[in-house]
Design a protein around this ligand. Structure first.
Ligand code: AHR
Length: 510
């Protein structure tokens, strides 16, 4: 007898899928840009120095938008440093990551890379150390038609066509004391409102993202959103959410990380809708989950503390160029959590209309590279790539009848979570599942007769008997998806057995 029963029906529709849900993030950080997407001299590099092996993996990953150039980096960034002849570009200190930035890649090069990969460029402006004028200048340089000073400068620099960036972030994590130029919610809300209004004076069709909280554990979480939107509600389209999860030695709670994400979404939606009601506005604000992932922050915190201790003691601390930073190696358990976070964002897609997996290459990333050597897929690559490839049409939040399991952090949580999509035009459906149980498989019955898509095209499962298994340079294909056995019953239901700690995707057709 199956222990879990899932019912997938057309009336469980959440929203039409917006492919911006499958965005990612490239920050000038560690080896994400230099040695990641860009490595002149690498055997696969093209004439612009872009690694084509990485381009191929980005395409396979199915990324829609890419947020750029930060992250914490953006709060000290002068965009002008990264345009024009390369030999004139200054090397500067990046305070966020205690490194030197050579500016050999800037806006025009990155825009060219997005054309190569076919992704939408999503830009962030610096509201940490800069303001309205610089944001407007960047907008004119990026999107202006030839005939004004900054647009003509772009043309002279070799980019005749406007880059056409529609989605703009108004700063980054401005609530965080680690952010260069961080602010109170009132200070930031006023600046964001004025900057956003000025940018929309230049182009009312822009879509603007105002900074929400850096995480649900921030002391101002919830209140920050309410205050910031109190100032900026009428000019912004999205509010950002950022969440990183890690295993603090309690795997059951870690496997339930998406419960936190779900509560996070509820809090932000509540704050946004509260402001909407107070203003009597007919516009609803969407959520842009533009930083999310598994990230073991401990490694970076140790380095930061050491740098601070050395500086206080008067010891010289280097400012390296593109060092290895935040290069987490992901386990199969991490990948299962990533898959479950995607399930949550699908189920909440009525409000989470955009998202960016942080980040794309080398830095807490699904794609890794070795200088002069290969590029490979981390475990986390697979749930993202399969969800992006298979999700289409309308997102559904199926009903689940299942047992719960205890966790120290979140109390009792369902052992299985699920999301689905159905495309009327092609008659194809996809079901995404996570099994959080660690000790035993879970048998699942999925009733989808009402969708009319019961022919299994393929079914994939991500699991390993060793929950700590990883993909590495030495063993890049240790963890890959395997076929999942599905049985179709006479009444058109699917029976599957999900192994412990697993993520699965089932493709169906009429
Ligand atoms: O993605 C790494 C960092 O995490 C980003 O730069 C910052 O926005 C967040 O704190």
């Amino acid at each position: 007898m199956p222990t879990v029963s899932i019912s997938v029906r057309p009336e469980h529709a959440v929203a039409r899928l917006d492919r911006r849900l499958f965005g990612s993030f490239v920050e000038h950080l560690g080896r994400c840009v230099y040695g990641g997407i860009y490595e002149p001299g690498h055997p696969s590099a093209d004439e612009d120095g872009f690694r084509r092996d990485v381009v191929d993996l980005v395409t396979e990953l199915g990324v829609s938008t890419v947020r750029y150039p930060g992250g914490n980096f953006v709060s000290g960034y002068r965009w002008e440093d990264g345009v024009g002849p390369r030999e004139n570009r200054p090397v500067r200190r990046d305070l966020a990551w205690h490194v030197r930035e050579t500016n050999q890649i800037g806006l025009d090069e990155f825009a060219a890379w997005t054309r190569l990969t076919g992704v939408e460029l999503m830009m962030a402006v610096n509201l940490g150390t800069r303001g309205i004028a610089e944001a407007l200048d960047l907008l004119e340089y990026t999107n202006g038609e030839p005939g004004t000073a900054l647009a003509d400068q772009r043309v002279a620099n070799g980019s005749p066509a406007p880059h056409g960036v529609r989605m703009w972030c108004l700063g980054n994590e401005m609530d965080g004391p680690w952010q260069t130029g961080y602010m109170t919610a009132d200070e930031y809300g006023r600046l964001a409102a004025r900057t956003g209004a000025a940018m929309k004076q230049a182009d009312s069709g822009l879509q603007l993202v105002v900074c929400g909280s850096s995480g649900s554990s921030m002391p101002t979480f919830g209140e920050w959103e309410r205050t910031v939107l109190g100032h900026a509600y009428d000019v912004v389209d999205y509010i950002s959410c950022h969440a990183y999860y890690q295993d603090h030695g309690d795997r059951a709670s870690f496997l339930a990380s998406s419960v936190d994400m779900d509560r996070f979404i509820t809090t932000v939606v509540t704050a946004a809708d509260h402001v909407q009601q107070l203003r009597g506005s007919d516009r609803q604000i969407a959520l842009s989950f533009d930083e999310w992932n598994v990230w073991d922050l401990t490694g970076w915190q140790v380095i930061e503390a050491q740098v601070a201790a050395d500086e206080k003691a008067g010891r010289a601390v280097p400012w390296p160029i593109a060092p290895r930073q935040l290069e987490d190696t992901y386990t199969v358990t991490d990948a299962v959590v990533v898959g479950s976070l995607l399930i949550t964002m699908l189920r909440r897609h009525d409000r989470v209309r955009a998202a960016s997996l942080a980040q794309l290459v080398n830095v807490i990333a699904p794609i890794m590279t070795e200088p002069g050597g290969p590029a490979w897929r981390q475990t986390t690559f697979y749930p993202f790539a399969l969800t992006s490839r298979l999700a289409a049409g309308t997102v559904l939040a199926p009903l689940v009848d299942c047992p719960t399991m205890p966790t120290a952090t979140f109390g009792d949580v369902p052992v299985v979570d699920v999301a689905a999509t159905f495309d009327d035009e092609t008659g194809r459906a996809a079901v995404f599942l996570v099994n959080r149980r660690q000790d035993a498989p879970t048998s699942v019955r999925i009733d989808l007769a009402e969708l009319g898509a019961t022919r299994v095209v393929a079914a994939h499962v991500l699991h390993d008997d060793d929950p700590t298994a990883q993909n590495t340079l030495a063993d890049p294909d240790r963890v890959t998806p395997a076929p999942l056995v599905c049985t179709v019953t006479d009444d058109g239901a699917l029976l599957v057995e999900l192994p412990p700690i697993s993520w699965a995707a089932i493709e169906l057709a009429r």
